[in-house]
Design a binder for this molecule. Structure first.
Ligand code: FAD
Length: 392
């Protein structure tokens, strides 16, 4: 007689203290900080390698370089010079700082270095693993070996501008977005100092700018703006710009270039970025300067704010601790830049931009531009001593 069939009992999902979704800079950093506090952290990313599908130019501003010990060997030469071009690209306004202002990161190497630091700290990193949804404290993941479930006391949405975790937790979501794309290729050194060329022309980059960063090692040639205002689409806009981009005299664009691109949230930090089940960091939380569209500094700083809040909730067993993590107060640091972003979004014609350049050429205009480009403003949230983003 055959043995009676045992009732099928699905295996208990594996458990973790914190599931971090997204191994961009924000997710890698918050995961590392939590693991260093002794918590069990599972960090998942749908990318199969952190060296691929990069969505950023990787310009780090001085304040980030001062506060976070990024590995020197993965940073390009310092940049002090910015050239601002009006429509038509004639007669740029030149701004030169007496300090090193920017460095372009080799992002593939920086992500990989940060992943090594995370794993050394005890983070369990699962690449090629997509977050696919949530039911209570159980999260569905689709990995290399098929679907799996994991239970977590808290989830962190570090999954970028269009965060699924934000949606599933019922938190605020980014509604005000630009899109950007660029081509990246190696360049031979030239006689020019490393330069950030910015073209302000709404017919080319509606609502934002087109750029060339030439630091003597790589060129990044890109365009960003409001998606619905590119008459022929973003890709075509990059091609058009690339054909006449400034700062590339004598540079031959190779046949094969690396292409990067993605959405950029510019509505300021979202208000509701936490609940009893988890919280958001980085682009998922809208932590990007609405004016400059810089998100690398704010994403590191917001992770610095998020980690102690999660640590507190895990140790005390009181999920209420997470309610202290709110974007409402942080929005204040973006108020001025939000107003300027709104103003910029209304400049729709090259004629209006050209007129604005008349102001930009005055001492007052130059001083204002210098404050935006070389200013020290950022989110609160300085790293704890020895809390490096990718080292230590
Ligand atoms: C073209 C462009 C150029 C930019 N240039 C600069 C710059 O020079 N300087 C600057 O300061 N800022 C720049 N920004 C903004 C900056 O890159 C971002 O603000 C920053 O990288 C955000 O980091 P993050 O970790 O929050 O998100 P991301 O780096 O976007 O990381 C999110 C991660 O989540 C993963 N993910 C998403 N969904 C899932 C899922 N369902 N399951 C598993 N994994 C998932 C993704 O694969 C990704 O790795 C740029 C943005 C763009 C689009």
């Amino acid at each position: 007689m055959p043995a009676p069939a045992r009732p099928h009992r699905p295996a208990e999902p594996a458990g973790t203290d914190v599931l971090v979704v997204g191994a961009g800079l924000a997710g890698l950093h918050v995961a590392t900080l939590l693991a260093r506090q002794g918590h069990d952290v599972l960090l998942v990313d749908r990318r199969t390698t952190l060296a691929g599908a990069i969505r950023t130019t990787g310009i780090f501003v001085r304040k980030t370089l001062d506060d976070f010990p990024l590995p020197e060997e993965h940073l390009g030469p310092p940049i002090r010079r910015v050239l601002l071009y009006p429509p038509g690209m004639g007669r740029p306004v030149s701004l030169v700082s007496d300090r090193d202002e920017y460095r372009v990161g080799d992002m593939a190497r920086l992500y990989e270095a940060a992943a090594v630091v995370a794993v050394d700290a005890g983070v369990r990193l699962a690449l090629g693993t997509r977050y696919a949804g949530r039911q209570g404290d159980t999260f569905r993941l689709t990995g290399r070996d098929g679907p799996a479930e994991v239970r977590a006391r808290f989830v962190v949405g570090a999954d970028g501008a269009r965060s699924s975790v934000a949606r599933d937790l019922g938190l605020d979501r980014n509604r005000h977005l630009l899109i950007g794309a660029e081509e990246v290729f190696q360049v031979p050194p030239n006689d020019e100092p490393p330069t950030f060329h910015c073209v302000l022309d709404p017919s080319l980059a509606p609502g934002y700018l087109a750029w060339v960063v030439h630091d003597g090692q790589h060129a990044h040639v890109g365009v960003a703006g409001y998606a619905d205002r590119f008459p022929e689409g973003l890709r075509r806009a990059v091609e058009r710009f690339s054909a006449s981009a400034p700062g590339l005299a004598g540079v031959e664009r190779p046949e094969e270039v690396e292409r990067r691109g993605g959405p950029i949230p510019v509505g300021g930090v979202l208000r509701r970025i936490s609940c009893a089940e988890g919280l958001l960091v980085g682009d998922a939380a809208g932590a990007v300067s609405p004016l400059t569209a810089g998100g690398l500094d704010p994403c590191l700083r917001l992770s610095e704010l998020a980690a102690p809040v999660l640590d507190d909730a895990l140790r005390s067993g009181k999920p209420d601790a997470l309610t202290h993590y709110s974007g409402a107060g942080l929005r204040g640091s973006f108020r001025g830049r939000l107003s300027l972003r709104r103003a910029l979004s209304h400049v729709r014609t090259p004629v209006a931009t050209t007129a604005a350049f008349t102001l930009l050429r005055t001492p007052l205009g130059r001083a204002a531009a210098g404050r935006i480009l070389f200013g020290d403003r950022s989110l609160p949230g300085s790293p704890a001593p020895h809390a490096g983003a990718a080292r230590n």
